[in-house]
Design a protein around this ligand. Sequence first.
Ligand SMILES: [Zn+2]
Length: 494
Amino acid sequence: MNKRIKWVSLSVAIIVLIAVVLVAALPQQQIANASVDNGYAGKKAKYVFFFIGDGMAMPQVNAAEIFKGTLESDNKMHKGKLAFTVFPYQGMQTTQSNNTFITESAAAGTALATGHKTNNDILGMDETKTVKFKTMAELAKEKGMKVGIVSNVSIDHATPGAFYAHEPTRKNYYEIGLALANSGFDYFAGGGLLAPTGPKRDKTSIFDIAKNNGYKVVNTQAEFTNLSKQDGKVFAVAEELAAEAAMPYDIDSSSGQVTLADLTRKGIELLDNSQGFFLMVEGGKIDWSCHANDAATTVRDVLAFDNAISEALKFYAKHPNETLIVVTGDHETGGMSIGFAGTEYETFFSKIDNQNLSFEEFDKRIKAYRNLVGEQNGNLNDWLPILADNFGLTDLTDYDKSRLKSALAASMVDPKKRGKDPASYLLYGPYEPFSVTVTHILNQKAGIGWTTYAHTGVAVPVFAQGVGGDLFQGYYDNTDIAKKIMNIMGVKPQ
Ligand SMILES: [Zn+2]
């Protein structure tokens, strides 16, 4: 080849290369811009579903997929599908609050509901605790849409509260309850209230104020089932409640009791109208079981949350061109991971299927045992048949047993007399030592690890389907989710 031809071919090659790079970069650039640009000129969504799994990030989602697949395939290599993991549009959100990289549910809920950052513990207000942020639910109500707020934890908790309340601290439960009763929203359902008559129990009950404001307040299964559009505004509390006015974990729930899916289906029935609706549904106890490092309880609550999303999909199938469904979490909890030092590349998720009660229910048995045998008199042999029956733990090693013995001894001390030394915090956190050691051992045998009893700062996945769903592709901030939803719903972020 002579020099000239060489130069020509080299130039052609360079031009082709540049063109290829430009063409490849173009759509990428457009996607990237779409993900940060919350402006939306497309068709507005008349029906908007916002599902928030508290404490649910990718590890919780993946663990539920593997658990479901393990059950479906009799332990073969098979990943189960969740209703929302097959949504066509997916992205990632950063979750840091205004003051820490590891957020909590009030700051995260405020970001997701209003599009504004705030400090941890503040609900729906700025970090100076003086400016109230309008929520997407309030804006939807002002626009004439019907609004529903559903959670399986108490309905005055941080995540549901972030959609209707504005308080300097998430702990102002009575004031949050007042905001609920005065919101004018159409449907509140799930858990109860943490302080319906105030912290000193001397105030007018929030339930009575809600009734005076025109709400039909129900708290039995039969009344809930019979609710119809003729009832107007509804505040429905589940008949069966566990600790902290929350509905029980799915693993503990008696059959026939109301589920998150039932609350969602009833919400759709009551809210459906010609002006459209906004429905927020929180799977609130995924967070709680992750705080306690209890994987079996967690994956079952993720699956119950997924069942609620399936109810929205049934509605979507009838109104595909008018409906938006967004599913995400507010942060990760527990530092959950698939993979543990002791199991390396293998997982044994069928092991967690052997657990048949939550850590919360197991704690009650430990307390009863302590009261029965007295402090310092715990004997691991009393527990071995129980660990086999309730957790499938029949393969305990000497090392497992030594951990269990120490933990049982720690659990036999009256909680009021327990010291707060750093070493025992690392082992047990604020939890019942024997209970958390049992779930640690079981989870580790399944190949599941935990790093904290609090939240972590990792990014959280976002899944979207329906009108404007493509806006949720990319990597963006939790505040952007609120702005995107508001734009697609046709209300102006403030
Ligand atoms: Zn939490």
